[in-house]
Design a protein around this ligand. Sequence first.
Ligand code: BTN
Length: 271
Amino acid sequence: MVASDTPPLQIDPLRLEKALAKGGAAPPPRIDLLERVDSTNRWLLARRQDKYPFRGRICLAEHQSAGRGRRGRGWVDLPGGSILFSMGWVFNHPSELSGLSLVVGVALKRALEESGIDGVELKWPNDLLHRGQKVAGILVEIDNDNERCSVVIGIGINVMLDKRGGMEIDQPWTDLSTISGRVIDRTAVAARLSTHLLRALEQFEQQGFSPFQIEWEEADLLRGQRVEVTGGTHPIRGVASGVSEEGSLKLQLDDGTRYRCLAGEVSVRKS
Ligand code: BTN
């Protein structure tokens, strides 16, 4: 087990850069590691027009003072206890984005598995849970500038939060140290995440979500469960039955009809 006062290893930007170059990233993306920022997503979105290529550009922070979560929520961290990661990308048209956050989930799961973290499940559209407790979240933010579509893919991974810090989190949570019982090398995890994400995004750009569909469904936490999807004009109830080739959640409704949800918040129904 990890002692609760074991300090987390620092993220080392030079080691991260070397690992990315070794992983085949060409040209190696610009990486900014910030000690403290309001939000890495906001910081990177604000830099989409500057001199460094935005596609693949990475921003990491040791602490966020106003981390952004999905649906206007915040994202809680303790300084040095998380991986707070954003990557920029550019698509030609918003229609190319369907399934993007699911692809990011697959890349993140691959990176965690390569880091020895098994048993992580995907909850549509983009949460990662371990035994029902959230370990990582994904927030894709889009800016339609000109005809192109700049996107920031934000990923927050709980690495070593203590109970005090976690008190602010409004749902069951866990972290990588608890799952694995060891001290996590955040540089190594961030390097694997960057490498897998770059590869996955390149493939997604060429082929869309369908090559990722089977792998996503193998880790689908909701499959076969009675769920309710909210966020649209009215709640939709049914049994989750996987995802479509475009990344929509497939439901078998109570009246037997089939339905596809493009977006929304899913909760599991008790009865
Ligand atoms: C969620 O609500 O599950 C998504 C959380 C995403 C948090 C990450 S942390 C790095 C990046 N910067 C932010 O402000 N948010 C994302």
